[in-house]
Each structure stands twice: as C-alpha cells, then as structure tokens.
Design a protein around this ligand. Structure first.
Ligand SMILES: *Cc1c(COP(=O)(O)O)cnc(C)c1O
Length: 489
C-alpha cells in the first residue's frame, strides 16, 4: 500500500493551518454589528490541515475515482457521454455565474435570453409548444409533468381521473413520481419483445385514467412501433400521454415526441445535453407540453416583450412554483452551448451514432451473453447475464471483474424483467478502438467464467478497496467530516 493511502482520511492536527486571513477591515466595532444571537460562540469544527495536505488529499482521491474522463462508462439508462470542456468553461463565466436571481430583469437580459432561447430550442427538438426549465432533475420533471396532467383534468372538472398507467419495464422514478403527485399507479405488461402490450392496455383505459407514462425507445432500447395506436387509444379514453425523455439521445433531431402524440415530456439536460452527472448532481429536468397545457406550467416564466426585452412573468392558472427561482442555470448554459456547437446537422448525428455503437456491442457479444430480445436496438440494450451460467458466475461478478480491467460496470439488475439484467449504453462519443477493447474484455471475462470461475467470483482483485458493503454505504452514508468523526468514535 502506498503511504498516502494510509494517511488519506484523518489528516487534521490541532493548530495546523493552510490560510492567513487579513486583519478585520471593520475592526472589533464592525464585528459588533452582528446580532448576538447570530454570533458564533465556538470555533467551526473543521479539519485543521495545511494547503499541501488538502491538495494531496483531493488529488489522490480523484485518482482513485472512476469517471467518464478516465475511462469507458457503459452505464445503461444514464447516458454517460463525453462532456465537452468548452461547456464547462462557458458555464463558469462570471458574467453568467454571478447573476443573482433577485436582480432586476433589466440587468439580467443575457441570462434571461439564454433561458428563453434554450426553451425554444428544446420545444423545436421535442415538437411541443413550450418548456419550463425550472425542475432540478429528471424525477422532479416527472413530478412537474404529472402535476400539469392533474391540473388539466381538474380544470375541466374531471375529478375522477386519478390513475396513471406505467409499463412494468419503466424506470423506477416513473411510479414513484406518480405516487408523489397523488396519482395511483396501474401497471401495464410488456410483451416478450419489451414493447407495451396493446391488448393488455385496452381494458385499463376508462374514465378514471389521467394518462400513461412511457419512454420510446423503451427501457430495453426497443422502439415502440405501435406508439401511434397507443396514443390514439389513450386520447380517445380522455387521458394524456407523458414521455419520459430522460434519455433523449436516440431521438435527438430525428424524431419528436410531440409528433408521436405525447402531450407532456421531460428531458434530462444532465444526460443528453452534456452536464457531467453522478453522485447526485447537478441536474436539470425541463418539462415541455402541448399547446393545450401551456397555461399549467409552473411559475416563474421567461417571456419576450414586443420591445424585444425579456421579462419574468407569472400566470394565475399555473400549477404553482416547483423550484426556487429558475432552476439550475449552470446546467442550462452547458446545454445551450452544446446545442449551438453541434448545430442542426451535428445534433442529427447523435442518435444514429449512439444506435450504431449499441448495436455493434450487442452483436459482437451475443455469442457469450444472453440476449433475450433480439433485433435492432436503439441507444442501449439488455443482456440477461452470461449465456453459460453453469459455473454460477453472476452479472454482479462480471460487473466487478470489469473494474479489474479498467472499465466501469454497466447498469446491473435493472430492468427487473430479467433475473441477471446487464444494461449497456455506450453513447455516441466513444471511438471504435474503445468499443473493441470493451468487447474484447467482455469476451475475456466470459472465458474466465468458464475456465477460472473463482477468479471472477472474487473480483475485483486489483482495486484499492475490494467488495464494498453497498447496502451499508447507502443506509449509513458518511459524506461529511463530522459524520466521519462521529463514526470513528
Ligand atoms: C435517469 C432517468 C430518470 C431520472 O432522472 P434523475 O435526474 O436521476 O431524477 C428517469 N427516467 C429515465 C428513463 C432515466 O434514465
């Protein structure tokens, strides 16, 4: 073990410092202006470390981390693509990053213009009338969209519509958001090929249905070819169609959810539109709606006056407010820069390239891995573990073994339709050489599973920490210095 791995967590020594503050410019009198009840009486409980300790601590931690900037990340349903660095630079520009949400609109015209233009760019990509950029994440967008759905039915005095139909292959956030929005979830089955079973859907459609939540291509990466029929049936029954567009990658510039009959959708800017994500943030889940639903979008809104000036508007018919101010502005800046740099033609290449890469991996590996749904996939696909399961090597073992070879694991045990799900999404930004390396390693692991299964079952063998207590980490997270100290006691 390297010496700094031993030092890495408790570096604090009483009295050690990495800073020097200037003399208090306000003098002791200035300090006296702070009301007594707000004044700190005890010093802040922070680690006492030198600057060099801090630099090494974070640099060494970052070297142990896996990210899209260090290696291939085939994490299905997450769209872990390369995030162009120019977008990072732009989003940090002090002219934008320093804008205060409460400053008068006349002094923030540039920021409002960006918000307005991005709204419109998303509307044209989605084929919907208007977007709000206020929600902070995909799940937050789902909640907002479902609140729009409820507001629509309630505004028509149609109070019976309390059910939302969700396919059994849906992302877990879909039923969760429906519950939070106060709607009841009804599950519709998938056919063996992963598409919504229209015959199973028909009897569910009555006057208590508020709408259906779908994603197309679905969670198995397959395009729902009967979407127009589904849209017709749901609309005839008085319901609305919600599109989970968290992974907008496969459709970008090619197919518009509005044209497929969807009334409401959300997009994850932090997946499709180039914001680095993971570890919980930052996110942005804009929600777009058709003309008949615009009035229900949350406040505040950004509008353009006849004089060409941008202003902040509110609408009494809105469902209310769902976030502080306008949402995550830095993420919007990255998305806007991404759309402008790719341009109309560039954006049209994203989906086809992501689709090509996914199909290339799928076809190259289906001799060793079980492909439950054959056929052309879109941006991602699902294997049901190894084809040869006789040595007892599981999807978890394969995922851990990939770490030894320097690849991030795919999404595993999701979707729940199969016992050994392994969901792979390469995205459009990987080179053929990287894909070939990945394919090669996946074949190697399959061979090891046959010949030296214990090696795979004990993986990872070369990482700094071996098998982790993932349940413990999720249930008892140690995310702050204070929590670490408390845990050590
Ligand atoms: C990621 C994802 C979500 C949730 O997005 P968050 O920003 O993590 O809340 C919803 N649906 C699908 C299909 C997703 O892939």
């Amino acid at each position: 073990m390297k010496y700094y791995d031993k030092l890495i967590f408790e570096l604090s020594r009483p009295g050690r410092k990495g800073y020097e503050l200037p003399a208090n410019a306000f003098g002791t009198d200035g300090a006296a202006e702070i009301p007594a009840d707000l004044k700190r009486t005890e010093p802040l409980d922070l680690p006492e470390v030198s600057e060099l300790d801090v630099v090494r601590h974070y640099t060494n931690l970052s070297n142990k981390n896996f990210g899209v900037d260090t290696g291939f990340y085939p994490l299905g349903s997450c769209t872990m693509k390369y995030n162009p660095k120019i977008n990072e630079e732009l989003s940090a520009m002090p002219e934008f990053a320093g804008v205060h949400p409460l400053q008068p609109a006349e002094t923030a015209q540039g920021a409002l213009e960006l918000y307005y233009n991005l709204q419109h760019a998303l509307s044209s990509l989605a084929g919907l009338e208007e977007f709000t950029l206020n929600p902070f994440a995909g799940a937050h967008g789902e909640l907002t969209g479902l609140m729009v759905m409820r507001s629509y039915h309630e505004s028509r005095g149609d109070h019976k519509r309390t059910k939302v139909i969700v396919p059994d292959s849906a992302h877990g956030t879909n039923p969760a958001s429906a519950m939070v929005a106060g709607l009841e979830v009804v599950t519709v089955k998938s056919r063996p090929n992963g598409s919504v079973d229209v015959e199973d859907l028909k009897p569910l459609l009555d006057d208590t249905v508020a709408g259906i939540m779908m994603t197309n291509p679905n969670t198995l990466g397959m395009f729902e070819t009967e979407i127009m029929e589904i849209a017709k049936l749901v609309h005839e029954a008085g319901g609305l169609l919600y599109y989970d567009g968290a992974n907008f990658n496969p459709l970008l510039g090619k197919v518009r959810p509005g044209d497929m009959g969807f009334d409401i959708m959300h997009i994850n800017l932090h997946k499709t539109f180039s914001t680095p994500h993971g570890g919980g943030g930052p996110g942005s889940g804009p929600v777009g709606v058709g003309k008949h639903l615009v009035q229900f979008l949350p406040n505040p809104r950004v509008r353009k006056g006849e004089d060409g000036k941008f202003f902040v508007d509110t609408d009494d018919r809105a469902l209310g407010t769902i976030s502080t101010f306008f949402g995550n502005f830095g993420v919007m800046m990255r998305a806007y820069a991404y759309i402008l740099t790719l341009g109309k033609e560039g954006i049209r290449q994203v989906g086809p390239l992501a689709t090509l890469n996914a199909n290339y991996i799928k076809e190259s590996l289906k001799d060793d891995y079980l492909l439950p749904i054959d056929g052309v996939c879109k941006h991602e696909f699902v294997f049901d573990g190894l084809k040869d399961k006789s040595t007892g090597v599981t999807t978890l073992n394969v995922a851990k073994r990939l770490l030894d070879y320097g690849f991030h694991a795919p999404t595993i045990y999701f979707p729940l339709l199969f016992h050994e799900s392994m969901m792979i999404e390469p995205t459009e930004t990987e080179s053929k050489e990287t894909l070939d390396e990945f394919i090669d390693v996946m074949h190697t692991v399959a061979r090891e599973a046959r010949e030296t299964p214990d090696e795979v079952k004990n993986a990872p063998l070369t990482t700094l920490v071996r098998k982790l207590d993932e349940t413990g980490a999720a249930k008892n997270p140690v995310l702050t210095y204070k929590a670490l100290k408390k845990n050590a006691q």
